[in-house]
Design a binder for this molecule. Structure first.
Ligand code: CMP
Length: 140
C-alpha cells in the first residue's frame, strides 16, 4: 500500500448544480484528503491540451467545448492508493453503468456531463497534477 496523489476535476454540470461540497464529502468520508483545490474557468486551448490523449476520438471536440461551458474545480486528492480509490468513488465513466453509491451514479447526467474526472494511473496523475498545480500549491 502506498500514499498517492491523484488529480480530480469537478465538472461544469456539478458546479452548475452547486455540488462541490457534496462531492468533496464523498472523497473525505472515504479517506482522501484534498491537498490542493481551485475553481477555474478553462479556456478552449487549455481543455484541448488537457484532453490531448483523446484528440482522435469522435467525442473530443464536444468534450473540450463542454469542459469550457462553466467553472470547474480542479483538485489534488491524497491518500492510500488514491488513483484507484478515487476511480472507485467516482464509478464508471457512463453514469448509466456506474455502481450505486458512486458519484457518477448519484450525480452524473450523461457520459459527457459525468460530474467528475479522475486520473487513470499514477503516471498520468503526476502529469495531470503538474498541468494545473505548482509544488507550492499542494499542502499535505
Ligand atoms: P473523463 O474521465 O473526463 O475522461 C474523458 C471524458 O470524455 C470522459 O470522462 C467522459 O466524460 C467524456 N466522454 C464523452 N463521450 C464519451 C464516450 N463516448 N466514451 C468515453 N468518454 C466519453
Amino acid at each position: 500500500m502506498a500514499i498517492e496523489q491523484t488529480l480530480s476535476i469537478i465538472k461544469p454540470d456539478a458546479t452548475r448544480r452547486n455540488l462541490t461540497g457534496a462531492i468533496n464529502e464523498r472523497f473525505e468520508s472515504r479517506g482522501l484528503k484534498i491537498v490542493a483545490q481551485k475553481r477555474i474557468h478553462l479556456t478552449l486551448s487549455q481543455a484541448q491540451k488537457f484532453y490531448d490523449v483523446h484528440k482522435e476520438r469522435a467525442f473530443y471536440d464536444d468534450l473540450c467545448k463542454y469542459m469550457t461551458s462553466g467553472p470547474v474545480v480542479v483538485q489534488v486528492l491524497q491518500g492510500e492508493q488514491a488513483v484507484t480509490a478515487n476511480r472507485s468513488i467516482m464509478g464508471a465513466t457512463n453514469p448509466a453503468n456506474a455502481d450505486d453509491g458512486t458519484i457518477r451514479k448519484d450525480f452524473g447526467e450523461s457520459v459527457e456531463a459525468n460530474s467528475v474526472h479522475g486520473s487513470d494511473s499514477t503516471e498520468n496523475a503526476k502529469l495531470e497534477i503538474n498541468f494545473f498545480f505548482a509544488d507550492i500549491d499542494i499542502v499535505t
